[in-house]
Design a protein around this ligand. Sequence first.
Ligand code: IVH
Length: 694
Amino acid sequence: MAGNEPAGTTRVDEGELGAVPAEIVARVDALAELIRYHNDRYHRQDAPEIPDIDYDLLVRELQDLEAAYPQLVSPDSPTQKVGGPVSATFAPVTHALPMMSLDNAFDREELEAWAARVAKGLDLADSAAPVGYTCELKIDGVACSLRYEDGVLVQAATRGNGKVGEDITANVAGIEVIPAKLVGSPPAVVEVRGEIYLPIATFDALNEAQEAAGLARYANPRNTAAGSLRQKDPAVTASRGLAFWSYQLGVVEGSPALGSHAEALDWLAEMGLPVNPERRTADTIDEVVAFTDQWLEHRHDLDYDIDGAVIKVNTLGRQRALGATAKAPRWAIAVKFPPEERTTKLLEIQVSIGRTGKATPFAVLEPVFVGGSTVQMATLHNDDQVRLKDVHPGDTVIVRKAGDVIPEVLGPVLSDRPKRMKRWSFPTACPSCGEPLVRPESEAHTFCVNATCPAQQQTRIEYFASRGAMDIEGMGESRVALFIEKGFIANVADLYTIPWDEVAGLEGFGQTSIDNLRSAIEASKQRPLANLLVGLGVRHLGPAGAGLLATHFGHIDAIAAATAEEMAAVDGVGPTIAQSVADYFATDGAADLVERFKAAGVNLVGPERSEEPQVLAGMSIVVSGTLEVYSRDGAADAIKSRGGKNPGSVSKKTTALVVGAEPGASKLAKAEELGVPILDEAGFEALLATGELA
Ligand code: IVH
């Protein structure tokens, strides 16, 4: 370094561009190396270590630095290259036209900036003439190029590094939806680019099989698709149920005259290639955003993963005029959805004590915005899961939150693990009462077995008062804690003998709030018996089982007196639930609670037994979409009152799927895949009347 330069500054280039601070040079090198490492994990090993968003941010940072210091751009920078290294397993294929990557837009502003560049590039900037776009889904799978000569599939290749890919023809031949022969009048040569993916229903089934065989679950459909595709044995690939969506033309010789990308896609579909139906054209960015917003909301209705939308300039002439950079076409942009997986720090692992005494470990996370909300806690289920996931406090971990599903810690980013980190071990004493925690043999869970443990009392009472049980408004976490602390309540029956004159002396309890709370407790005495049963927090007993027992036995005394066998004989009540309920009512504590409920005037009587003929006994009917005559609850009641079950999702056990307007696409796809009969509303009415599938 030259003698009189300020510290931390180096001259990599003595020309006009001037000095580049040493830390920038170091950061550019470090970023390039990190990106190469993650490219290799993703493209060659099919085992990415970090979520896409973290990768995209690394690339962004490098691009920004290279834009600010162009003298640092080297020809082998990852920003100048597509994809990853080519593996040795498959023969190399040189693409006739390179398979390019796409630039990303992460928000509307970036999308508009792209649209402005396009308009400028086409000299349309100041005119009112619309550019004209196509909007497609961005399928999260593995890019593939198919070459048809005279209508016959002759070669299939991965993207590889964009110029040279891998020959996967033998493996692609086993993908059912990819035609070996095109129909209609195929041209002399057509190369079709698209995405190979694994349908979610197939992925779930594959994982069920893995679990049944005692093998590890696959992480996600994309990696599983990539791994399935790059099998040495094509029979293994064929067995995996991969699928394909076409989205782009490569080299074409002898095609009909095509003016636009939309026409090209229609043409591919006419020749029998699978083209995703969820595509449209748009004239304005508002229309484009309507498309991306719609799919952001409905992404989980699809039977495949998408991670955004791809917007392309529709006119092929305009595409040619715009051309491409080294890496990506200027006429297309990927609009990326906000991530459902992100990395964050695992600060510590704590244990919470549930109402049954179950000790559940959970991750305390550095707050992270993922899947539409800020996540700072995630369950780790039990000791075995902590071990399986191999997470240590202090780790960088991947957190996933998809749709309405509760957040999940997927695993650590091992390359980020600090040295000499301590493994976490399950505490031996209850964090609430200090009594020893017990893990029964052959149980996955650990328990606090102290019946008077304050944490258990607290959660039991909160649960009893919660909406799905006795629905006592105003009896939330802090009031329950306060009343326990004051000694007013120690169990759920105590709620009906609260010493109100003493409550009146407490800070924050004016006459109005006391009156409201008292009347909420009073109102809870009239709740259906099933709600009371749910509120007792008997292990394994949920609302469905509670409803069946309440209806069948008609009174809490009859349930308490029933044997496990008698309860298991009720259709829909399994032996596990029956045994658990019988065990519960055999305790002195339960008998005492029932006596005190009686004294308080709590409803202990079940509903009248249904008068409907039980034509749906043993059947399981799923409803999806909006029906005309029945509301969602009305349809559920109609099914249950006839002895049927009405679960929320389609499985092998489903008797029929009833569909109204706008049914969920994934339910439909699953029903079709499993061969479950699909009924419209008329078919549903017939089923209710006769118990027969029309
Ligand atoms: S067009 C030259 N359309 O996303 C443009 N790509 O992140 C070629 N992808 O490499 C790509 N869905 O593997 C296009 N509807 C779609 C797509 C799509 C998914 C993939 C493709 C591409 C990657 C870029």
